[in-house]
Design a binder for this molecule. Sequence first.
Ligand code: HEC
Length: 135
Amino acid sequence: MARPQVPPLPDGQGKDTVEKLCRDCHGFAILFEPKRTKATWKKIVDQMAGLGVKGEDEEFDTVVEYLARRFGKINVNKAPAAELQDVLEITPNEAQAIVRQREANGDFKDFEGLKKVPGMDARKVDERRDRILFR
Ligand code: HEC
């Protein structure tokens, strides 16, 4: 039987800590989908600690940071540019253009609005829909 393909964990600060704390029990495939907000990741990591996962407080914080960046979901109407750039894997110019647009015109309501941001690569918006919240 073909084994399900699990891509390796993406690089990033804290990857080694995730490998250390989260390898046992269920492996990493469970981390890839669905994307989650930082608050939700925090809840899950707390839940894992409650299930007996051993680690220092700082290690759990590091895991939350890593997961929120690499498997994150963010609010395009609230997040600062640096976070948009990071979680959505867009350029600094695109991230800043999102912030400028919402400051000028108010909150984005849908993906179409986001695609119309000057300089924004609309394909990226489509590809990353599961990482985007409007409220
Ligand atoms: C001691 C074993 C164990 C370790 C180590 C462990 N988990 Fe879990 N994890 C579980 C169990 C058991 C469940 C199923 C819990 C449930 O569904 O109630 C689970 C479920 C999950 C889920 C699915 C939750 C959901 O709501 O669908 C995620 C995501 C997750 N773990 C992330 C992590 C992360 C991140 C780490 C590293 C900090 C980790 N786990 C380490 C035991 C573990």
